[in-house]
Design a protein around this ligand. Structure first.
Ligand code: ADQ
Length: 487
């Protein structure tokens, strides 16, 4: 944190993301301001607080829009302002094309091996381009100097780096891609492949979660654009522009609550499910997304209860799934499917004294979530494909008692950092059920040995290190550009 502060003292820093770090929602007692669920915000919020600057985001779902009139800028966090939030307003039609359409129905399924077919509509692409240009204008307006450091987040803004470069040629632009990058064969089906790559190569630094995504990206550039690749330092020269392609595995704050101000939890899974003493609690947390392997894990839980009747009455599954992207049809049908599966499992194995599973389809407060992580015997992350997955790291961070078992998908970036977790292929339901059984039977000393090592990883490779490395590289690149300019 000190490193970040020192490196950035007096530097004009602008963060850009689709999602706002604070969402204003209308409640019965007025407008409430809360942090939305999602890895990106969880990861960047501590950085924005730490270094100040400006965060530009889409003013999505801002119930305070009427109250702020024409004031696009507000100081956040509420009550203890540390940085400026600049909202960019877009029309419902633009939101449908840019966000629902090209970002979430084209790029999201294109980048995840979940076998959901991407849809490409010409109108969505036009809106995506137009909204990226609107954000580029906002960056230009917010820049206090002609050479800011701009940090662009994620697949909503593939075209933005090039557009910022056209408006602010001396800016240092870093893009971080939070989700996987597909191999060249898959990426090649995107009708706008060349434009997407050209847009991203407006960046000085392009960051990915793990080496495989970086390798895939470089391979896509090599096959699609006239460019020169230097495999030694993973750089791409495209036209006169040099871009470095790096990996920065994202993480969480350590200690998990740097303020130390923990509110008492109001939610207990054991209480909610009437668990008898000694019963085991399995926890899963995530957005309701088809990449997160929710039906797959529900089926594995059912298989365990079928094959091992001795566990009936002695295990409970608490699934906390925050509804997400309800505008997209596939997300709505997934939601229904999960509710149906949960109900069927409870009908089949539940008794008046035993609730096998509680599927909680809502967002829960951070303090409640932390309590759930500490209450669980097992935390399961069954993603079909995931850039990193912060839930896995949050669970580990909460286990000061060094107990608890993490079951982690082989296809989540986090698995590369935590080989001590029980790795699973979530497409293989029977193996998933068998791994669950091993987790239920793991002796406490083995749990402690694994947990100790995972905690050391999350402690040392925390979000401050992620941001520190990313910003250090940005500052380095900026100095290099300034020297080259001076000749
Ligand atoms: P996500 O796909 O959103 O992030 P993830 O990394 O698991 O996935 O982050 C989810 C975050 O939302 C966690 O901080 C979790 O605690 C929170 N959350 C989930 N469900 C919740 C609920 N019901 N109530 C409250 N909070 C909830 C994307 C990529 C990931 C990558 C991150 C960060 O898809 O692969 O790890 O960005 O780069």
């Amino acid at each position: 944190r000190t490193l970040i502060r020192n490196e950035l003292a007096g530097t004009d820093v602008i963060l850009v993301s689709n999602r706002e770090p604070y969402v204003h929602t209308t409640q019965t007692d007025g407008i409430r301001c809360e942090i939305p669920a999602g890895g990106l915000v969880s990861a960047l919020e501590p950085i924005a607080r730490g270094c100040g600057g400006t965060w530009i985001a889409h003013g999505s779902g801002s119930a305070d829009r009427e109250t702020v009139d024409a004031h696009d800028r507000i100081q956040v966090p509420p009550g203890n302002p540390g940085y400026t939030l600049r909202r960019v307003w877009i029309t419902p039609e633009e939101e449908k094309g840019y966000y629902v359409g090209f970002a979430n129905e084209s790029l999201w399924p294109l980048c995840h091996n979940a076998f959901v077919r991407p849809v490409f509509r010409a109108a969505d692409w036009c809106h995506y381009r137009a909204v990226n240009a609107r954000f580029a204008d906002a960056v230009k307006q917010e820049a206090r100097t002609d050479s800011p450091i701009v940090i662009v987040q994620d697949y909503h803004f593939a075209l933005l780096p090039r557009m910022i470069r056209e408006r602010l040629p001396n800016a240092t632009i870093v893009s971080f891609w939070h989700i996987p990058w597909p191999n060249a064969e898959v990426f090649g089906i995107c009708p706008h492949a060349a434009e997407v790559l050209d847009g991203m190569l407006g960046s000085d630094i392009i960051g990915f979660q793990v080496p495989l995504f970086r390798i895939n990206f470089i391979d896509c550039v090599e096959r699609t654009l006239e460019s020169r690749i230097n495999p030694e330092d993973c750089s791409v020269r495209y036209g006169s522009k040099l871009s470095r392609v790096r990996t920065y595995p994202i993480s969480i704050a350590w200690p998990p609550d740097p303020t130390g101000q923990e509110m008492p939890a109001t939610l207990s899974a054991r209480k909610a499910m009437g668990a008898k003493s000694g019963a085991k609690l399995i926890l899963a947390v995530g957005r309701l997304d088809y990449t997160k392997g929710i039906p797959e894990f529900l089926s594995a839980f059912e298989e365990l209860l079928v094959l091992h009747p001795e566990w009936r009455g002695n295990i409970h599954l608490f699934y906390v799934a925050a509804p997400s992207r309800g505008e997209v049809a596939s997300y709505r049908s997934l939601h229904k499917q999960c509710l149906r599966l949960s109900e069927a499992i409870n009908d089949r194995f539940g008794t008046p004294d035993y609730t096998p599973l509680l599927f909680m389809d809502r967002h829960v407060d951070r303090d409640d979530l932390r309590h759930l992580y500490r209450e669980a015997d097992i935390c399961v992350v069954p993603s079909l494909h995931d850039g990193m997955n912060l839930v896995a790291k949050e669970f580990v961070a909460e286990r000061r008692d060094e107990q608890g078992v993490l079951i982690l998908s082989r296809f989540a970036g986090a698995t590369q950092e935590m080989p001590e977790a029980l790795a699973v292929n979530p497409f293989d339901i029977s193996k998933l059920a068998a791994t669950l059984k091993s987790a239920l039977e793991m002796p406490p000393d083995e749990q402690a040995a694994r947990m100790r090592r995972m905690r050391e990883t999350v402690r040392s490779k925390n979000i401050y290190r992620w941001a520190g490395r990313l910003l250090e590289d940005a500052v380095h690149f900026r100095r290099r550009n300034q020297l080259l300019k001076r000749g």
